[in-house]
Write a protein that binds this ligand. Structure first.
Ligand code: AHR
Length: 352
């Protein structure tokens, strides 16, 4: 059955935690049960968008969020964090949430519907890097600031079309994964790569960081294959199965996210090999499932990419509604988790 798009969830519940300014332009400073955000780092200042004409006189901060879908546990954690925040800030925040079911066209439709509604701010993680000019221009013409969340858009796109990006540094993540893999393999070995969604900045940049670091610094490591597993556990498993059939010897696998790493672990076990020992596994995200696998000795490292972004998204949106300037890139401060860092306490402390 054809899936029905645009499951809009408008959060209108009330919250005692809300710390609303008298103009209604500040959001609650709620803290997610999953984690708190690290302090933001940044580079250039983004231009302050012009006040929108014809927008609603709603005292609340009205945010439209066009989520990609539900491809990974990480994505679910991000969605939960945003919805958790909004559910506790209904005195000050009105969230319109759409699930685009992995389709760019659905994200674009959702963004257009947010423009139509006259929301104060639009936020979304671009499923792929390209193809956003038209809809971002419409946002700009409507005077609605746009926050890119967790993924960016193509560097050739005019960056004045969005106001700010709240995201991890995916190139850095790829480099850290390469450093970890090189250490795990003692400087030599055969490596395969499970890529994320084709054309997604998180995949493009993690690959760039990993491949370039290996090429420049690890002459004993050969990347023999690299194929997309679309950031899902099922496809990660499938692609790893095919790698295991094709190559007699694989020493390491770099997975662009932890869900694919968990799928790869299943494939490696089913092939009669020991994940984490016979084949070293490095992932990205830092979700609880990966921590558990590391603690069990079945995975070796994960580079964090925090999905806990709601505080930053709503705080930034409130600033934009108030006409304040914000940094062009509000960068998450992530950490690298090698096995020596992943204790039972660390696993227990991970809420997602
Ligand atoms: O854009 C962030 C990436 O998207 C996460 O690493 C991945 O798990 C998700 O699907």
């Amino acid at each position: 059955m054809k899936k029905v798009f645009a499951m809009m969830l408008t959060a209108t519940m009330s919250l005692s935690l809300a710390a609303c300014g008298n103009s209604g332009q500040s959001t609650a400073s709620a803290t997610s049960p999953a984690a708190t955000n690290p302090p933001a780092e940044s580079s250039a200042q983004a231009p302050t968008p012009a006040p929108a004409s014809g927008k609603s006189a709603n005292d609340k901060l009205v945010v439209g969020f066009a989520q990609i879908g539900q491809e990974s546990g990480w994505r679910d954690a991000e969605t939960n964090d945003i919805q958790w925040y909004a559910a506790r800030a209904t005195d000050t925040v009105e969230l319109h949430f759409a699930d685009a079911q992995q389709k760019q066209e659905n994200q674009i439709k959702a963004i257009r519907s947010f423009i139509e509604m006259g929301v104060d701010v639009i936020a979304f993680p671009p499923v792929v890097e390209t193809g956003w000019e038209a809809v971002l221009t419409e946002c700009q013409e409507a005077g609605i600031p746009v926050i890119l969340v967790d993924r960016g858009i193509d560097a050739n796109t005019d960056d004045s079309l969005y106001t700010t990006m709240i995201a991890s540094d995916h190139v850095w993540a790829g480099e850290q994964a390469a450093i970890a893999m090189n250490d795990l393999l003692g400087g030599s070995g055969v490596v395969v790569e499970l890529e994320g969604t084709v054309g997604a900045s998180a995949a493009v940049q993690r690959k760039q960081g990993f491949d370039e670091y290996i090429a420049a610094n690890c002459s004993g490591i050969e990347i023999v294959a690299s194929q997309t597993g679309d950031f899902t556990r099922a496809q990660g498993k499938e692609v790893m199965e095919s790698f295991l059939k094709t190559y007699d010897k694989i020493d390491g696998v770099f997975c662009h996210n932890d869900d694919m790493a968990l799928g790869a672990i299943e494939a490696i076990k089913e092939a009669g090999l020991k994940p984490g020992e016979d084949i070293k596994i490095v992932g990205v995200d830092g979700v609880k499932g990966a921590f558990e696998a590391i603690l069990a000795g079945e995975m070796n490292c994960t580079v964090e990419c925090t999905p806990i972004l709601a505080n930053q998204i709503f705080d930034t949106a409130a600033k934009l509604k108030a006409g304040e300037s914000v940094d062009k890139w509000i960068m998450s401060a992530d950490e690298v988790y090698t096995a020596d860092r992943v204790t039972a306490d660390v696993v227990d402390g991970r809420a997602y």
